[in-house]
Ligand binder design. Structure first.
Ligand code: SF4
Ligand code: F3S
Length: 106
């Protein structure tokens, strides 16, 4: 499966959802997740993210392993998203900032 990692938090550009052939992205207030049981590993979404937040689970950095469980858990409760929308107004300010997990809203 592919996994949405920390860099998506407070950025949420949503370019990724447009290309997913199986529509397996789910949307929270300031973050998106991929449903691990629905993702077909096509890799189309990975290069679409402007902040490089998406990883193959094999390439997920050590310090982001918690996001494997977070994607699985939140994909079960958040609504599906298939169309791109405007990112938060301050998305650029938060691009690739460290330690954003503390800002994750559920
Ligand atoms: Fe969707 Fe493919 Fe990305 Fe999986 S790897 S979330 S199937 S676009
Ligand atoms: Fe997040 Fe990147 Fe998609 S910021 S919403 S993973 S395009």
């Amino acid at each position: 499966t592919f996994v949405v990692g920390e860099d998506c938090i407070k950025c949420k550009h949503t370019d990724c959802v447009e290309v997913c052939p199986v529509d397996c992205f789910y949307e929270g207030p300031n973050f998106l997740v991929i449903h691990p049981d629905e993702c077909i590993d096509c890799a189309l979404c990975e290069p679409e993210c402007p902040v490089n937040a998406i990883f193959s689970e094999d390439e997920l950095p050590e310090d982001q392993q918690v996001f494997l469980e977070l994607n699985a858990e939140l994909a079960e409760v958040w609504p599906n998203i298939t169309e791109m929308k405007a990112p938060p107004a301050d998305a650029e300010d938060w691009a690739n900032k460290p330690n954003k997990l503390q800002y994750l809203e559920r």
